[in-house]
Design a protein around this ligand. Structure first.
Ligand code: PEP
Ligand code: MG
Length: 531
């Protein structure tokens, strides 16, 4: 059945592919009491849901030959084992019988018991298997709710579109490497790191698509066409022919844009603008350079740490950073030091503790100053590229002057060591501060004495000053970059930079959004990212 669904386009583009659904493990259930006479029926319902879940897993093994195939076989096997594990299935039946619970209630109760047992496991790998349990339970739950098997679908999946509640940036990076074509998230927001990454990979993404999981099934065709606000399950022939036309137009536009240069960007009344690129890979940088970008305004180094299983060592980092500097051919590259915290890094190669509130936790420069060895290793890798072209170092999540002082001392120490080792380096590497915590904005006049430049991280600055999580679609209205409190902070920072004669750029997502360009220009900000 053809279903249109709504959401917010977080990353532009066109995609047509088969759905790969990941159900969320959180579910609401009615807890109506059950009579003794109703017990056999609930047990039967549960058994049937188990059968459906098993059949779905079997079908998946045949169907997954496309993008996600690599890791899927193992996951499917692990899920099938849970479905056959009496500790899970018999226990649910016992709960239905002994405590006269309805099947979904018993299922949730047993899930909670097992989840608590998983939480107590010390080995992080085994503990992470809790996700498998959640996925299996969600699948059985979905079958219970539907009351039967999913409709028959054609198999042979090709390029896939992931439909899920949300996905961690690292997981998205891995899936993109495997050929993912698009992403539909029922939660998340255009300011989330997942959305930023999707844009940087050119993967169309729809977020806040609250109802998508109610309609879509594994293997359904999904069509995303952000320019035209179209998101559909099972498009018909007319949709498809329209999609092809849009696709041809988009390719034409892409060719036209590839020829367009951003050099000499200026306002109609003659004010010059500098257009920089936010990028994490050499191809994007080289392309931006060809298109006339003034430099790399933000190189988010943490994605390098998230895309692989092991932490990259100094030499591995150096090669990636050096390639970026070479690709920019003499234009400056701004390397932001690691901006990792429990939100992005949990479960990745860098061991970080789970936190209740990662956005307010050990993140960015705070983590770097706690793991000095890691920071020094990264800074050495960055500094070594200064012999290849102009670079700058940018510190994320600064909230106090002391953090800049400490970071500068470590950078100078690393520089002295490298000089001692006769590594060719630039005479000076400017050190900048990201203004993305309200505290930093409020003391920006003093910070200007300790930093050579500022970059406003509007994504985080807006979330912190408006107390609205940038990842949460439910508060997307509260997350309003036109809010007077936010605009006042921008003004304050622009004023501090002007008075101290410090270069100021903006690297959050509003900088690439034409709706905010006039405001930013009016505030005197002239250094923007471009894509
Ligand atoms: C920001 O916060 O605006 C920013 C550019 O950094 P990130 O989006 O990586 O947190
Ligand atoms: Mg930020």
């Amino acid at each position: 059945m053809r279903v249109e669904f709504e959401g917010q386009f977080a990353a532009k583009g066109l995609a047509l592919g088969r759905a790969r659904v990941i159900y969320s493990a959180s579910f609401d259930i009615e807890e109506e009491p059950l009579s003794h006479a109703g017990i056999p029926n609930e047990v039967k319902r549960f058994d049937e849901a188990l059968k459906v879940a098993r059949a779905e897993l079997n079908a998946l093994t045949i169907k997954v030959s496309g993008a996600l195939a690599k890791d899927m076989a193992e996951i499917i096997e692990a899920h099938a084992m849970i479905l056959d594990d009496p500790e899970f299935t018999d226990a649910v039946v016992q709960l239905i019988r002994r405590e006269t619970l309805r099947a979904p209630v018993a299922l949730r109760r047993q899930r909670d018991l097992l989840a608590a047992a998983f939480e107590a496991i010390e080995d992080p790998y085994l503990r992470a298997r809790r996700d498998d349990l959640d996925h299996v339970v969600a699948r059985v739950f979905a079958a219970l709710q539907r009351g039967g098997a999913e409709p028959e679908r054609k198999l042979n999946a090709i390029d896939e579109i992931l439909v899920c509640e949300t996905i961690a940036p690292a997981d998205l990076a891995a899936l993109v490497d495997q050929g993912l074509k698009g992403l539909v998230a029922t939660a998340s927001s255009p300011y989330s790191h997942t959305a930023i990454l999707a844009r940087s990979f050119g993967i169309p993404m729809l977020c806040g698509a609250r109802t998508a999981l109610n309609f879509v099934h594994d293997g359904d065709w999904v069509l995303l066409d952000s320019e035209h606000g179209i998101s559909l399950i099972n498009p018909d022939a007319i949709d498809l022919s329209r999609f092809r036309t849009h696709q041809r137009d988009a390719e034409k536009e892409e060719r036209r844009r590839a020829k367009q240069k951003v050099q000499d960007a200026r306002t109609r009344d003659g004010h010059a603008l500098q257009l920089y690129v936010n990028a994490e890979d050499t191809e994007t940088i080289a392309k931006a350079r060809r298109n006339g970008a003034a430099g790399v305004g933000l190189f988010r180094t943490e994605f390098l740490f998230l895309r692989q299983r092991e932490l990259p060592n100094e030499d591995e980092q150096f090669k990636v950073y050096r390639d970026a500097v070479i690709a920019m051919a003499g234009k400056p590259v701004t390397f932001r030091t690691l901006d990792l915290g429990a939100d992005k890094a949990f479960g990745g190669p860098l061991e970080v503790a789970r936190e209740e509130n990662p956005a307010l936790g050990l993140r960015g420069i705070r983590l770097s100053l706690q793991r000095r060895h890691l920071f020094t290793e990264q800074v050495r890798a960055i500094l070594r590229t200064s012999g290849f072209g102009p670079i700058r170092i940018l510190l994320p999540m600064v909230s106090a002057i002391e953090e800049v002082r400490e970071a500068r001392a470590l950078i100078e120490e690393a520089m002295a060591q490298l000089r001692h080792q006769r590594v060719p380096l630039a005479d000076q590497v400017p050190l900048g501060v990201m203004i993305e915590v309200p505290a930093a904005a409020l003391i920006s006049n003093e910070l200007a004495r300790h930093a050579e430049f500022f970059a406003i991280g509007s994504n985080d600055l807006a979330q912190y000053v408006l107390a609205a999580d940038r990842n949460n679609a439910q508060v997307s209205e509260a997350y309003d970059p036109m809010h007077p409190a936010f605009v006042r902070l921008l003004y304050l920072v622009a004023d501090s930079a002007r008075q101290a004669k410090r270069p100021l750029s903006i690297c959050g997502e509003i900088a690439g959004d034409p709706r905010y360009t006039a405001l930013l220009l009016a505030l005197g900000i002239t250094d923007f990212p471009c894509t």
